[in-house]
Write a protein that binds this ligand. Structure first.
Ligand code: GMT
Length: 375
């Protein structure tokens, strides 16, 4: 069994969820897992004796304008590598986490291997910044193994950053014990949703790239011909703009702004259709969550989304910003309950067959053992 250190952004977000779920599953299999983060990751319960949490403490020196978080993290990683004799540091994000791990490896006495997972934002956002490109390339090339969450992200990383290193695709996965169809009529009633009304859902961090305004415009068109409600879950920088748009379109009595919520499987289970209309998306973990709960997904032809939704088989792929076609697709589907049933069934089957924990966990373990020189 291995001793694995995991570093991620512990707050809500796909990468934090994947890192945390991975740690929990590895611990369950008997590996010793050490989370090294600024706070206890969202979704991490510390009741498993194989799970440890090491908090990165920040000192606020009056001389520094910004607290040196990256250096504090690298120091903490080095301490944990030596004290716990870690075999692997699994860094989620090249910048800053892989860079911190490389520094920690140089500082520590105990030999350790670095496995880095790219989740997209580090490449597609930071990679645009020329000053960061060099740093990202360094983080990738100095890691002992690198994974990315889709083929699209591997190609983008190679094109944008110019790395030649092998990058293994390891898809995101779902905790099937939490994500399943769990419809609760009482919850629907609590939101005042009528028995005949259809429910469309969107979940994100309301960043500009998520194009939540396209979701609202699509819903506006759908709502003209089908009695329906829109559930918007999450919070972020575009929240106010989206709120204003909903009011400008006079659909405020049809749109529910729920903010950040914890009972995502129950909320997803109320929905008929999930929209993810992003302009950048390396994978789209929320799609897997929705598909596992029996929700039909429509996503844009962007990044890794077409690797998650099989167009016409498990959901639909539409062109970015083409609100008319997206709305027509939603209307067509909502009028055809038999088709919806078929799509929902093949989507949840597809998730089971391609993105289950059982399938993905051994892929990460194989990469760890390979990095350590065992095959
Ligand atoms: O999408 C975000 O803004 C959050 C970001 C993150 O770091 O959690 O998500 C990225 O990683 C997720 C987990 O691998 C992927 O499902 C998301 O598609 C990816 N986001 C982008 O590429 C924009």
């Amino acid at each position: 069994m291995l001793k694995i250190g995991i570093t991620c952004y512990p707050s809500v977000g796909g990468s934090g969820i994947i890192a945390t779920e991975l740690g929990k599953m590895l611990a369950k299999k008997g590996h010793e897992v050490h989370f090294i983060t600024s706070s206890v990751p969202f979704r991490l319960e510390l009741y498993d004796p194989n799970i440890y949490f090491h908090e990165v403490e920040m000192s606020h020196y009056p001389v520094f304008q910004y607290p040196p978080y990256d250096l504090a993290l690298a120091t903490k990683m080095a301490e944990v590598i030596d004290a716990e004799k870690l075999d692997i540091i699994h860094a989620h994000y090249a910048v800053p986490h892989a860079i911190c791990a490389i520094l920690a490896k140089q500082m520590s006495k105990h030999p350790v291997k670095i496995v880095t997972t790219l989740h997209g934002t580090d490449i597609t956002v930071l990679g645009i910044d020329l000053s960061m490109k060099k740093m990202i390339r360094f983080g990738i090339e100095e890691s002992d193994a690198v994974t990315a969450v889709s083929n699209s992200l591997v190609n983008q990383t190679k094109e944008m950053i110019g790395v030649t290193k092998d990058i293994h695709v390891v898809y995101n996965f779902i905790n099937e014990k939490e994500y399943y169809q769990n419809y609760q009529q009482s919850l629907k009633e609590k939101y005042g949703i009528g028995a005949k009304e259809k429910v469309i859902i969107h979940i994100s961090n309301f960043r500009k790239v998520k194009r939540v305004d396209d979701v609202v415009r699509t819903f506006h068109m759908v709502n003209k011909s089908i009695p329906s409600r829109l559930l918007l879950i999450g919070d972020g920088p575009e929240y106010r703009k989206v709120y204003d748009l909903v009011h400008r379109l006079h659909i405020e009595d049809r749109v529910h702004f729920l903010g950040k919520q914890k009972n995502i499987p129950e909320l997803l289970s109320l929905a008929d259709i999930k929209l993810l209309l992003s302009e950048k998306e390396s994978f789209g973990l929320v799609l897997l969550e929705a598909m596992a709960c029996g929700v039909v997904c429509i996503g844009t032809n962007v990044g890794g989304i077409p690797e998650v939704i099989r167009n016409g088989e498990t959901g639909y792929i539409e062109e970015l910003g083409d609100v008319n076609s997206i709305a027509n697709r939603v209307i067509e589907l909502l009028k055809d309950p038999q088709r919806m049933k078929e799509l929902a069934e093949s989507a949840s089957q597809y998730v089971d067959n391609h993105f289950s924990t059982e399938m993905i966990l051994p892929e990460y373990e194989k990469i760890y053992y390979h990095a350590l020189g065992d095959s």
